[in-house]
Design a protein around this ligand. Structure first.
Ligand SMILES: [Fe+2]
Ligand SMILES: [Fe+2]
Length: 475
C-alpha cells in the first residue's frame, strides 16, 4: 500500500486504477494543471533539468529519490500515509467512534470549505514565487526554490484528489476553480490575504518559507488529527514535505545574517548605510521584513473568536496541534482561554470559551514554534559578536484580522496614536526604500559553487552532494 505506483499516468498509492471514473476525471484535470504550471509556474524554467527529490514511498526510509528532471515532467501524484483500520475519532462530540472513510452528509459543506481553503494556498505560493528563479543568489538556492514549487504543486494534487473522490460534482468544480484564482488578481484573487501578497525578492522568500510555510505546518498538523481519515492521511504525508520548506527559510535567513555579521565585523560598523554600501543587508531591514511576514502570517489563523473553529473541532473535522499528545478531555466544553482586546486605549486579556478560541490556540502554538527559530538566528549574531538581536513583534502588531485588526501598535506592544504610527512605521515595516535596496542586490548567480555577496554559502549541499554540484542544468 505504501509503495507508489509510477507505471500509471498519475502516480499514486491509493489504487487509483480500481476506480475508472475517478481516474478518468483526474486525468482530465491533469492537462489543466500542466497548463497552469506552464503559464503561472516558475518563469523561464521549462528547459531546466533540476536535481529534485521525488517520493517513491511514504515510508520514512524510502521517502525520496534524487535525480535531474524537467519540472513539468515531475511525477506529481497522490500519496497517503498508511491507514490504521482501528483508528478512532479522538476529540470532539464524536470521540470514540470509528473514523470516517467517506464524508458524513452533515459535515460535507464544512469539510469542502476546509479542503478548498488549504488547497488554494498551494498553487498561490507557486504564483507568488514565480519570478524568483530569475534572481537566484546561487544554483543551490535555485534548486531549493524549484523543489518547493513542485511540492506545493503536489500539495494541490493532494487536495484535488479529495475533492474529486469525495465531493462529486461540487468537488470537481472546486478543483477547477483552484486553477482559476490567481495570487494578487484583482477580480479573482486567492482566498487568504497572505497568499495575495507579493514575494518580491529572496529575503521575502526566506521569510515566507520560514513563517508562512510554518502556518502550513500548523494547519496541516491540525487537519492530520481529522476524523475524516483520507484528509488525516494525506496531510500527514504533506507534513514531511513541509519540513524542507521551513528548512529553506530558516537556513536562508541564517545565511543572510552570517554574511551581514561578517561585513559588520570587517568594517567594524553597525551603520546601516555602510553595511548596504558593502552589498549586505542591514539588520534593520531584516527586522522589518521579519515584522511584516510574521504579522501577515499570524492573520492566517483567523479571528481570535470563531464559532466556525468551535464547530470544526466539536464535529471532529480539525483538531488542535498535537491533539493526541494533550492530556485533557479533548472536548473542551466549559473551558476558557485568554484572548486580547483593546479597551479604553489599553490592551487587555479576556477569558472566552476555549472552543470559540481555537484559532487563537493554534496561533499561540505557531508563535512558540516561530520564536524558537528566531532564537537560533540570534545565535548566528551572538557567535559573530554582534550585540543586536532579532525579535518577533507583539501579537497585536500590524494585524488585519480579528479583534486586533487595525489597532495601531508598536512592535513592542504599546498602543500608539496615529501620529506616532505615521512617524515611526518606517522603522517597523519595510519601506519602499528597503524594497528598492534589496531588489538592487538581486542579481542572478548561477555558476556552480558561487554565491551572491549578500548571502553566505550553506553548510552542506543537498542529499550529500557538494555545494558546487550542478543542481540545475540549463537547457
Ligand atoms: Fe504546501
Ligand atoms: Fe510549503
Amino acid at each position: 500500500m505504501s509503495t507508489i505506483n509510477y507505471s500509471e499516468k498519475i502516480p499514486n498509492n491509493v489504487n487509483l486504477g480500481e476506480d475508472r471514473t475517478l481516474q478518468r476525471a483526474l486525468e482530465g484535470w491533469q492537462p489543466n494543471f500542466i497548463n497552469w504550471w506552464d503559464s503561472v509556474g516558475p518563469e523561464g524554467s521549462i528547459n531546466h533539468d533540476v536535481y529534485l527529490r521525488t517520493a517513491i514511498s511514504v515510508d520514512p526510509q524510502g521517502w525520496a529519490q534524487f535525480g535531474h528532471v524537467k519540472m513539468r515532467d515531475y511525477r506529481w501524484g497522490i500519496f497517503l500515509n498508511p491507514g490504521d483500520a482501528e483508528r478512532k475519532v479522538h476529540f470532539g462530540d464524536n470521540k470514540g467512534e470509528k473514523v470516517w472513510q467517506d464524508v458524513p452528509g452533515e459535515y460535507r459543506a464544512n469539510l469542502r470549505r476546509i479542503i478548498v481553503t488549504q488547497g488554494d494556498t498551494e498553487p498561490a505560493s507557486v504564483e507568488q514565487q514565480r519570478h524568483l528563479g530569475l534572481t537566484a543568489p546561487s544554483m543551490y538556492d535555485l534548486r531549493n526554490l524549484f523543489q518547493i514549487n513542485v511540492e506545493e504543486g503536489r500539495h494541490l494534487w493532494a487536495m484535488v484528489y479529495l475533492l474529486h473522490k469525495h465531493f462529486g460534482r461540487d468537488g470537481r468544480e472546486e478543483a477547477d476553480a483552484l486553477l482559476q484564482r490567481t495570487s494578487g488578481d484583482q477580480d479573482n484573487p486567492r482566498i487568504l490575504g497572505a497568499f495575495n501578497e507579493k514575494t518580491p525578492d529572496w529575503l521575502a522568500f526566506f521569510m515566507f518559507t520560514y513563517f508562512t510555510d510554518r502556518d502550513g505546518k500548523f494547519q496541516l498538523a491540525a487537519l492530520a488529527e481529522s476524523a475524516f481519515d483520507p484528509l488525516a492521511r494525506t496531510t500527514k504525508f504533506m507534513l514531511t514535505e513541509e519540513a524542507h520548506h521551513m528548512f529553506v527559510g530558516e537556513s536562508g535567513v541564517s545565511r543572510v545574517l552570517a554574511r551581514t555579521a561578517a561585513v559588520m565585523n570587517e568594517l567594524k560598523t553597525d551603520d546601516a548605510l555602510k553595511v548596504r554600501a558593502a552589498g549586505a543587508i542591514d539588520l534593520g531591514t531584516i527586522q522589518r521584513y521579519l515584522n511584516f511576514h510574521y504579522s501577515v502570517t499570524i492573520d492566517l489563523f483567523g479571528a481570535d473568536q470563531s464559532s466556525n473553529a468551535a464547530i470544526f473541532y466539536s464535529s471532529g473535522l480539525k483538531g488542535r496541534y498535537e491533539e493526541g499528545k494533550r492530556e485533557d478531555d479533548h472536548q473542551l466544553k466549559g473551558q476558557t482561554y485568554k484572548v486580547l482586546e483593546v479597551k479604553d486605549g489599553q490592551l487587555q486579556e479576556k477569558e472566552v470559551s476555549m472552543l470559540n478560541a481555537l484559532n487563537e490556540v493554534l496561533r499561540d502554538d505557531f508563535i512558540k514554534d516561530s520564536v524558537a527559530g528566531v532564537n537560533r538566528w540570534n545565535k548566528v549574531l551572538e557567535k559573530a559578536g554582534i550585540p543586536t538581536r532579532l525579535t518577533v513583534p507583539h501579537k497585536a502588531f500590524n494585524r488585519q484580522i480579528g479583534a486586533l485588526a487595525g489597532i495601531k501598535m508598536s512592535p513592542d506592544g504599546r498602543v500608539v496614536n496615529a501620529m506616532e504610527w505615521e512617524a515611526r512605521k518606517s522603522e517597523w515595516l519595510p519601506t519602499s526604500d528597503d524594497f528598492a535596496f534589496v531588489a538592487s542586490l538581486m542579481g542572478r548567480v548561477i555558476e556552480p559553487g558561487k554565491f551572491a555577496g549578500w548571502i553566505a554559502p550553506p553548510v552542506m549541499g543537498i542529499n550529500r552532494q557538494p555545494i558546487d554540484f550542478e543542481y540545475v542544468r540549463f537547457g
